[in-house]
Design a protein around this ligand. Structure first.
Ligand SMILES: Cc1ncc(COP(=O)(O)O)c(C=O)c1O
Length: 356
């Protein structure tokens, strides 16, 4: 607190990221990073880019990366926006594309950065309750009467539940709100979902946001992107160019391009995580846990006989870190990132001891 702070800063409630403990030999299953490393081609590209050219600014338009993404996803480069992690892409989308005088709608249980951006930009929001089983109910996002969203955002799969909304339902929400932008945050879609990217040519109000942090094993590099109608992308570029012309450095651009070009490695690594997830789910269920259906690289689980916070603490004592949210409706749940097979076996072994 300081008298030199602006009124805006006084009113902020900043996002609290999952912890990154500096302890060796932790089984770290709390921030949904990929358990396997990035593409070796991406690492080589970054090593090769580590040279005297770093004295020069990077390409402010990130043309090579947009081209690579356009080719990979069957789009035009002017349908793609890139940023310093998808958090930055989302922040710019909040600034550029939301009606600031009408509430943004999102699920009551979702990525907790959304209300933070609303606070930063002075945007009202409405938390729309998920169904009992934590599914998004499409009808709740189809406006009637005067209660209309200024925009809609939801992750698909949702976080931290992992639940997937079928593509046909995503389309109903997008088609049912032609006058507002619908942001679909697909941070986890590569682990079992179907992307809405294929719909951007049909819906000028749809923006789909992706990250390199999860399925491409590059959380440390900070690269994210959005795809949508060129007019939406232009809006994002206007904000970006009013904020930071160079959000992606030369190393990030080189690594990201090579990662996109190494599709086989990417697909294979996603498949490995999905296979481990399925084993983890059945091991947890065998221990009496209730696990929500997950299409992500994490699972969301609770045990009818054990408190969520107590389980988290007991795991921590055994050097296993998972995420627990002290939030209504979900405070009995653990969000557990799918790690390597060995990490998941360590987790299940510890839980077996704890829940007996
Ligand atoms: C739903 C969702 N969206 C976006 C992000 C941000 O990812 P990044 O900024 O690393 O690209 C996260 C990170 O955990 C997330 O869970």
């Amino acid at each position: 607190m300081s008298r030199y702070w602006s009124a805006v800063v006084h009113g902020l409630t900043p996002y609290v990221p999952g912890e990154q403990p500096k302890i060796d030999n932790l089984v770290k299953l709390n921030t949904n990073e990929h358990p396997y490393g990035p593409s070796p081609r991406a690492l080589d590209a970054m090593r090769n880019a580590t040279n005297d050219s770093l004295r020069l600014y990077p390409d402010p338009n990130a043309d090579a990366l947009k081209q690579a993404l356009a080719q990979r996803y069957g789009l035009q480069a002017n349908q793609i926006f890139v940023g310093n992690g998808s958090d930055e892409v989302l922040a710019h989308a909040f600034m550029a594309l939301l009606k600031h005088d009408q509430a943004l709608w999102f699920p009551d249980i979702t990525y907790s950065f959304y209300p933070v951006y609303c606070g930063l930009y002075g945007i009202a929001h409405k938390a729309v309750p998920l169904a009992e089983d934590f599914a998004i109910r499409v009808e709740d996002y189809l406006p009637t009467g005067d209660d209309r969203p200024g925009a809609i955002i939801f992750p698909n799969p949702n976080a931290p539940t992992g639940r997937l909304l079928p593509l046909a339902d995503v389309e109903r929400i997008v088609a049912g709100n032609p006058d507002t932008v619908v942001l679909v945050d697909e941070a986890y879609v590569d682990f079992g979902g179907e992307s809405a990217m294929g719909m951007v040519n049909r819906y000028p109000n749809l923006l789909v946001v992706h990250t390199f942090s999860k399925s491409r094993s590059l959380a440390g590099l900070r690269v994210g992107f959005a795809v949508g109608h060129p007019a939406l992308i232009e809006g994002l570029e206007r904000v970006k160019n009013s904020f930071n012309s160079y959000p992606l450095g030369r190393l990030a651009l080189a690594g990201a391009v090579a990662s996109v070009e190494d599709d086989a490695y990417f697909l294979d690594n996603c498949r490995k995580v999905v296979a481990t997830r399925e084993r983890l789910v059945s091991d947890m269920e065998a221990l009496g846990f209730e696990v929500l259906p997950s299409a992500a690289n994490f699972i969301f689980a609770c045990h009818p006989g054990h408190d969520g916070a107590a389980l988290t603490a007991a795991l921590r004592q055994r050097a296993i870190i998972v995420r627990h949210f002290k939030q209504a409706r979900i405070d009995q749940f653990l969000r557990i990132t799918v790690g390597t097979d060995a990490q998941c076996e360590a987790l299940v072994g510890a839980l077996r001891e704890i829940v007996g």
